[in-house]
Design a protein around this ligand. Structure first.
Ligand code: XMP
Length: 304
């Protein structure tokens, strides 16, 4: 386990040594990028420009919360919604999707970096991201999906040796709000990996609502390591007296230590029934809801 008392000053010192000019950081609002932003802000102050890109693939209400929480920094909010949808158009292969999102991300950062004359990129990559990418299990957008030509002077990854629970401990020690330090992981490619097949605006809206319902029903009461909803296909249903062809939404709630392995949570039946009735009742395009029982391995946590 990392010694937080030592890690914080050491990593601040290291960032000071590594960065000698304006730097940008991909602030997603997750615990990893938030901890990086605070460490970097303490190290280089006004030289840090955290950039929040509204990809259109974030959770409900995310943009507003980020603006509030990081209001004391030089936060840059970029509306990238159309560009991400355009980049994802027609793609249904999960790895190509991931790369499309990662590349669009990096391109936008590069544009912002040029505008800000930033030379350094800080990233919240953690140890399991590196291991899984090196092992070829899947390309995480912030490591394996990086385009080969990146014209930053260097990429700084202060958390590259930490596990998720260690990052949370650092977050608490830094005084970040509970909402951030205990926040469950959210994949870099956002809701795009929670849509099996092609990403469209309509599917993103449906899956965003479904995710909000699942979080509202499960987070506080059951403290899952991670929980979410994904659109996994289309199926027939009956709404009113009409047969409809609607989305199949899968609900996932897992326990885990660090995301490397996981097991499905045993949720009470009435809770699952309530989630089903809220999702099919509140999102008209959804025809059915299923609960995923698979552990990791053999499944992964996300569907793609
Ligand atoms: P999997 O689905 O591989 O996910 O079992 C393990 C953990 O990583 C998150 N995840 C990602 N995070 N970029 C990220 O930054 C990605 O491409 C990505 N894919 C999955 C996932 O949500 C889980 O917490």
């Amino acid at each position: 386990m990392v010694k937080v008392d030592r890690f914080i000053p050491q990593s601040i010192e290291k960032i000071k040594e590594q960065i000698s000019g304006p730097a940008i950081i991909a602030l997603s609002g997750g615990v990893d990028s938030s901890v990086c932003a605070v460490l970097a802000h303490r190290a280089i102050g006004e030289l840090l420009y955290p950039i929040y890109i509204d990809t259109g693939l974030m959770r409900k209400g995310e943009t507003q919360r980020i603006k509030e929480i990081f209001s004391d920094m030089n936060l840059q909010v970029v509306d990238g919604r159309e560009r991400f949808l355009e980049a994802l158009k027609g793609i249904d292969d999960p790895e190509i999707k991931r790369k499309a999102v990662g590349e669009t991300f990096i391109r936008i950062f590069e544009e912002e970096a040029r505008l800000l004359k930033a030379e350094f990129l800080i990233q919240g990559t953690i140890y399991p991201d590196r291991i899984e990418s090196e092992g070829g299990i899947k390309s995480h957008h912030n490591v394996g999906g990086l385009p080969s030509v990146v014209d930053f002077r260097s990429i700084v990854e202060p958390l590259e040796d930490l596990y998720k629970d260690e990052v949370r401990e650092v977050a608490r020690a830094l005084g970040l709000p509970h909402e951030i330090s205990e926040r469950m992981p959210f994949p870099g490619p956002g809701l795009s990996v929670r849509i099996v097949g092609e990403v469209t605006e309509e599917k993103v809206e449906a899956v965003r609502e479904a995710n909000a319902i699942v979080e509202a029903e499960l987070l506080e009461r059951f403290h899952p390591w991670q929980t979410f909803a994904a659109i996994v296909g289309k199926g027939t249903g009956v709404k009113g007296d009409q047969r409809v062809h609607g989305w199949i939404v899968a609900v996932r709630a897992v326990g885990s230590r660090d995301g490397m392995t996981a097991e499905a949570m045993e949720l009470p039946w009435d809770v699952l029934r309530r989630i089903e009735s809220r999702i099919t009742g509140e999102i008209s395009s959804v025809a059915r809801v299923v609960y995923d029982l698979s552990p990791k391995p053999p499944a992964t946590i996300e569907f793609e």
